[in-house]
Write a protein that binds this ligand. Sequence first.
Ligand code: BES
Ligand code: MN
Ligand code: ZN
Length: 459
Amino acid sequence: MSEVVVDHAEGAVVPVHALLESETAAFLEGRAAFVKGFAALSEFKGKAGQLLVVPDTAGGMDRVLYGLGERAQAQGFRALAAKLPPGDYRIASAPAAIAPDQIALAFALGSYRFDRYKKKGESRPRLVFEGVDLSEARQIAHACALARDMVNTPASDMGPLQIETIAREIAEQYGATITVTTGEGLLEANYPAVHAVGRAAVPERAPRMIEIQWGQAGKPLVALVGKGVVFDTGGLDIKPSAGMRNMKKDMGGAAHALALGRMVMAANLPVRLAILVPVVENAISGDAMRPGDVLASRKGLTIEVGNTDAEGRLILADALTRAGELEPALTFDLATLTGAARMALGPQLPPYYTDDEELAGQIETAMKEVDDPMWRMPLWKGYVDSIDSDVADVKNDSDAWAQAGSVTAALFLQKFAPAGPWAHFDIFAWNPRGRPGWPSGGEVQSIRALYRMIAGRFA
Ligand code: BES
Ligand code: MN
Ligand code: ZN
């Protein structure tokens, strides 16, 4: 990715004034008559995303006025990246509440594009920050772009091996150790549920368990678990076409866990990390798991497969059990786990679950600080017997009476989660509608906040 936030530029750099609606009139009052008049003529009011290029007398760009709307929030700069013509710019003024490196990060996130299969990339606007340390913002932006690329890449080019390769690259870059257990090896290593879900795939796309470990002994361990379903057909309980259409994104949790881990390692936060990513294709073949099958799990609990399309929680069960064996001080899992989460809160607001009040408080604080919204939902114990099975210890699809599909999925995971602080994130990882700064397709959710939260908790 070519850098869109830089610390110096050779040629002309156009000033950008980022203005709240409430301060726009006063700002214009203090400008030259031409600027003031041109803004009035163009009805520039500082509304969110409003952009006005003020020309000079030679027909070039004198300056740019950019509206932030009512609230001083860094994410307001995402649309700036999408709306500016190519060229070099600097922020001449912006609300004091937004730090320059937050602006840089939002701008970088907003300029993301997925152009792997397009003929040529167009040139993009760049934002120049002199005297600002951009290294952290750049690392976060890179990690987010990687996760979005992984989500956007079709399953044909983002299979289990490709995810393994990316994990190996990340591990190597930061001196982490990586272990990958593949195919029949999963049975020997006691990952029976991961094997059962992934065994229907062709041998080249065999299931695997990826484990990355990083950091110095003695530091507190943070475990990051991510659902890596490279494509979710639904299995024998096959999805209808509309439901299957975007299931290349079902490895979004794995992409998010790897990206968050990369942020933590790049910043050298004072923790140890375990990144645990079960990767499978939920495919259909004569060897596919069937409705009614009873699976073994790493934890020893037997799981009845009520529905082969509830596959994410099966592979996460083994991965969460593995996390617990490492005795983490904190565990997060991220997964495109349920359609019910989207029915509850829509694509922009991922639900998260934890019974740990202190942890919830820290997540709330961090998500506000970095403008990465989530919504806490309850691990409502009244629904836990909806996943009781007649024949096994638990089943993977809840009884219809409980209705709350995202909640019952979280309750299933809780049975396998490590003791101690744990939170589960039922992410969507996708923008169904494109808008400036938020292109349609792969999106990163929750992990900017979680990075901030980890940095604060273990500072
Ligand atoms: N990957 C899907 C969930 C999903 C669907 C996420 C659409 C985002 C958008 C998951 O594996 C799944 O199929 N869940 C089922 C569970 C049900 C069969 C109990 C669901 O949510 O319908
Ligand atoms: Mn499914
Ligand atoms: Zn799935």
